[in-house]
Design a protein around this ligand. Structure first.
Ligand SMILES: C[S@@+](CC[C@H](N)C(=O)[O-])C[C@H]1O[C@@H](n2cnc3c(N)ncnc32)[C@H](O)[C@@H]1O
Length: 197
């Protein structure tokens, strides 16, 4: 079957990216200008490293975190850790305490039970947001993967309060039938204050 999934899979192989997911970040960045040359980027749920490769290509310095190991990439410092754990934040702090961009493409192990996968994805996204709140510079950018479902609206409502520009976006490289969608937040905190309920 020759669908988009195959297309990006083979394109990644041919062009030397470790994942088809690399094209999602390329497309998101082309549309929203998340990463620029010289930026410090924190990549959560980074393995096998496609997003980190793209960030380095764009001229960023990267700190990457994942439960799974990741083969080295020049320009990337890797932390093997769980983004829901306090000790992982401690490891990040040892390297750098502020970033221009926080990315999170972390996914739970898919069970196929839609509600459970959604719930686990929300837990990861909330953990990523906690990290973003601590580590983003004022004006910084945040991209996080979410699986659609009952809790999404409430979680996104909370995220939105903290950014000047906010949008939900599914890049063309996301599989057509996928439940995934990305929250894009630009212009963190800084001059404007997070809105109260
Ligand atoms: C879809 S992959 C990321 C692909 C990556 N963006 C790329 O382009 O290569 C999702 C990753 O999230 C990681 N992950 C899931 N739960 C995590 C957690 N609690 N802490 C850290 N990483 C986690 C998984 O180990 C997996 O490597």
């Amino acid at each position: 079957m020759k669908d988009r999934q195959d297309y990006y899979y083979w394109k990644a192989k041919k062009e030397g990216y470790r994942s088809r997911a690399a094209y999602k970040l390329k497309q998101i960045n082309a549309k929203f200008e998340i990463i620029k040359k010289g930026y410090h980027v924190l990549d959560l749920g980074a393995s096998p490293g496609g997003w980190s490769q793209v960030a380095v290509e764009l001229g960023a310095d990267v700190v990457a975190v994942d439960l799974n190991p990741m083969k080295p990439i020049e320009g990337v410092v890797f932390i093997k850790g769980d983004i829901t754990k306090e000790e992982t934040k401690e490891e990040i702090r040892k390297i750098r305490d502020k970033f221009d961009v926080v990315l999170c493409d972390a996914s739970p192990k898919i069970t196929g039970k839609w509600d459970l996968d959604h719930f686990l994805s929300m837990e990861l996204a909330k953990a990523a947001f906690d990290i973003a709140k601590e580590f983003l510079k004022p004006g910084g950018n945040f991209v996080v993967k979410l699986f659609q479902g009952a809790e999404l609206e409430e979680v996104v409502r909370e995220f939105k309060k903290y950014f000047r520009f906010k949008k939900l976006h599914a890049p063309p490289a996301s599989r057509k039938r996928s439940a995934e969608i990305y929250f894009i937040g630009k212009g963190f905190g800084g001059k404007f204050r997070p809105k109260r309920d």
